[in-house]
Design a binder for this molecule. Structure first.
Ligand SMILES: C[S@@+](CC[C@H](N)C(=O)[O-])C[C@H]1O[C@@H](n2cnc3c(N)ncnc32)[C@H](O)[C@@H]1O
Length: 189
């Protein structure tokens, strides 16, 4: 693709309460985890060493340089339980139906929706998650920034529920994840 993907190169990882995010991923169960729109892989790099045996992370982003950077970081750290690849997650997440236990979308769904790819992304996430699998969405609170995107593209927890649940998800909970963020978890029915 010629143009840079929306929000490529941006990450709010440093100001998120990442312990809250990691706790929702249930890494101790050794899941097949998908980091969808992973950027340069800040969450993947943090989660991979904590993953129980048998678990694996599939990290995808449309931003080629981000995936190259993530692969370089994985090699440097000798992390073998991650596969990182370029993919447009709104069109095709390159995994088999029902093959994933958990999917993380960290501060990216508002961008995908703004870019017209939100529905395609939810269809793909619903396809690759097994029944009972979990979708974990990290979003900015709906308040004027900075930090974060313009208020008009932010999603309140209620707006997020309205967007996500029609794709076959039931809400589990919403929790805070630092001053500017919340985390909503859904289960694939
Ligand atoms: C704000 S960044 C968040 C990156 C990462 N999740 C993090 O929090 O560090 C949003 C990411 O979405 C990616 N993105 C945008 N559209 C995409 C698409 N259609 N498919 C895959 N990734 C996409 C961008 O390249 C960017 O890396």
């Amino acid at each position: 693709m010629d143009r840079k993907p929306i929000a490529a190169g941006k990450s709010s990882f440093e100001i998120v309460d990442t312990d809250k995010v990691l706790a929702e991923l249930e890494l101790e169960k050794g899941p097949v985890l998908v980091d969808a729109a992973c950027g340069a892989g800040n969450y993947t790099i943090t989660a991979a060493p904590l993953m129980a045996a048998g678990g694996h992370i599939h990290a995808f982003d449309l931003w080629r340089e981000g995936i190259e950077e993530l692969n370089r970081r994985l090699r440097e750290r000798g992390l073998g339980n991650v596969t990182a690849a370029v993919a447009d997650i709104s069109k095709e997440i390159p995994l088999a139906d029902g093959s994933a236990d958990v999917c993380l979308i960290a501060t990216a769904l508002h961008d995908l929706i703004e870019d017209g790819g939100g529905e395609g992304t939810l269809r793909q996430v619903a396809r690759i998650l097994r029944p009972g699998g979990r979708l974990v969405v990290l979003e900015f609170v709906k308040e004027e920034g900075p930090p974060g995107p313009p208020l008009r593209i932010r999603l309140s927890p209620e707006e997020l529920d309205d967007f996500v649940t029609p794709f076959g998800f039931e809400k589990v909970r919403t929790t805070g994840a630092g001053e500017h963020f919340y985390l909503s978890t859904y289960v694939r029915s």
